[in-house]
Unconditional design. Structure first.
Length: 466
């Protein structure tokens, strides 16, 4: 690779956020480069829960089948006491599926496997990842951003996206602070282990009288168990094989020899923090670089993928000259309040105030208050502008998620609109005309197409050639 690389978008970080964004940009024909400080994709199960809304995103990005093959459903939780199994409960309250929401159960995929699936899809689309090329410096000007990388090369990009985690180098480089608080004073750890003596049909939980303890969850699609532990305040953490053996045998009936291998381990203090800004000039923050969650709610990775899904089509539209730069301001406007809400939800789940289930599947999230949302009907039906556009089949048998799949806008209308291909909406949408954004949200809704549809399309680049 040349010492100076010129691209449309530089994505810093090859975790789920950066890879998902890379896929979305690649399928839109944007010249983008993802760079990663590590020499390989990062190891570890970390965020393993794929919520239903993220499954919908993965369907659009062409990776849902591969994700399902890489993971599986969540097992019920089995509580142990004094070496005896006591009680089995589902990890999530059931959410009923219907035609508009075909995916309602979280999918378990170890994060390292999620990254492998996304990386393979990115490569399939012609995208690229530069490993061992962490960011070392960044300067903006009126035309773009110049970024220095650890391998001594320089990249010139029109825009930069920070997807480099909670300790984001990019965020610090542009001077954005994070506001947050500790969620729990106790130290926590997570590790991927090989374990004997436990079945793989349950999430095995061992809790002491002080509320501390360990849980061993069989990681779907792998031979590993994920160890999660909450430890008493002041505990010295030992992530070695012997240290983790002592920890597991302290709280469970397992013998030290039952822990045969440590494949990855990390310790952390749960906190909730939100970046003060999501955009500084030509630099955008996404994923953990913008918001850090307690893992208890299963919201962090999913909120991060939603960031990428919201930003990708907007960057592509502006880079292609189909929309003004002001469209990019709606990224922070839409995603920062959404992330703040998910931070609050994650913390509430951590403290046992909210059950995992309907509140955590992310199907009800939307952008009704966004300046990019235009609801022009006097009496909106069940689907309003700003809402997630539901699945379903119209009278012609067309499935909406298939119609939405791809980088385009979709017009749902009962009447022809000159120069624009349209489909009829399912009856479940109610009456009206709906213009669905590339990220699957209704941008504009009206009684007829004559009520401002063209003006909205010009503002957003909706009908311009992709």
């Amino acid at each position: 690779m040349d010492a100076v690389d010129a691209v449309g978008v530089l994505v810093v970080g090859a975790g789920p956020t950066g890879l998902a964004l890379g896929i979305d940009l690649a399928r839109r024909g944007v010249d983008a480069l993802v760079v990663e400080a590590g020499e390989t994709l990062s190891p570890g199960s970390r965020g393993k829960g794929i919520q239903p809304r993220t499954q919908e995103v993965y369907y659009d990005l062409g990776v849902l089948d591969a994700m399902r093959a890489a993971g599986g459903p969540y097992p019920p939780r089995l509580l142990w006491k004094n070496g005896e199994p006591l009680d089995t409960k589902p990890m999530f309250d059931a959410v009923a599926a219907d035609e508009g929401a075909p995916y309602t159960e979280p999918l378990m995929v170890a994060q390292w496997r999620t990254q492998e699936v996304l990386y393979a899809r990115l490569r399939e689309l012609g995208g690229r990842v530069g490993f061992g090329r962490g960011l070392t410096g960044l300067e903006q000007d009126a035309e773009g951003v110049t970024a220095g990388l650890a391998d001594g090369t320089t990249v010139r990009a029109r825009y930069v996206v920070a997807a480099d985690g909670g300790r984001s180098t990019v965020r610090r480089a542009v001077g954005v602070g994070m506001t947050g608080e500790s969620v729990d004073p106790s130290p926590f750890l997570v590790a991927d282990l090989r374990v004997r003596g436990l079945d793989r049909d349950h999430w095995h939980t061992f809790v002491g009288d002080d509320g501390c303890g360990v849980a061993l969850c069989p990681l779907a699609g792998t031979d590993d168990f994920q160890l999660g532990a909450r430890l008493p305040e002041g505990t010295r953490i030992d992530l070695s094989l012997e240290g983790l053996r002592r920890l597991v045998t302290t709280y469970s009936h397992l013998d030290a020899a039952d822990i045969t291998e440590v494949r990855w381990a990390s310790d952390f203090r749960p906190r909730a923090a939100l970046a003060d800004r999501f955009r500084v000039g030509r630099v955008f923050l996404a994923g953990d670089a913008a918001h850090v969650h307690s893992p208890a709610g299963g919201q962090g990775l999913n909120t991060s993928v939603q960031d990428a899904y919201n930003l990708g089509w907007k960057l592509a539209a502006v880079l292609a000259g189909r929309a003004p730069d002001a469209l990019l301001d709606t990224y922070e406007e839409e995603r920062r309040p959404n992330a703040a809400a998910m931070l609050g939800l994650s913390t509430s789940v951590h403290h046992g105030e909210v059950r995992r289930g309907e509140a955590t599947v992310q199907l009800a999230l939307g952008y009704r208050e966004s300046s990019l949302t235009a609801e022009t009907r006097a009496h909106p039906g069940p689907v309003r502008a700003g809402d997630r556009a539901p699945d379903g089949r119209n009278a012609d048998g067309v499935r909406m998620f298939d119609a939405f799949r791809g980088p385009h806008w979709t017009l749902l209308t009962p009447e022809p609109v000159a120069g624009v291909d349209g489909l009829r909406a399912p009856e479940s949408y109610g009456p009206g005309v709906f213009l669905v954004r590339p990220d699957g949200y209704v941008g504009w809704a009206g009684e007829t197409a004559a009520e401002g549809l063209r003006a909205y399309a010009e503002r957003t680049g909706a009908f311009a050639a992709a």
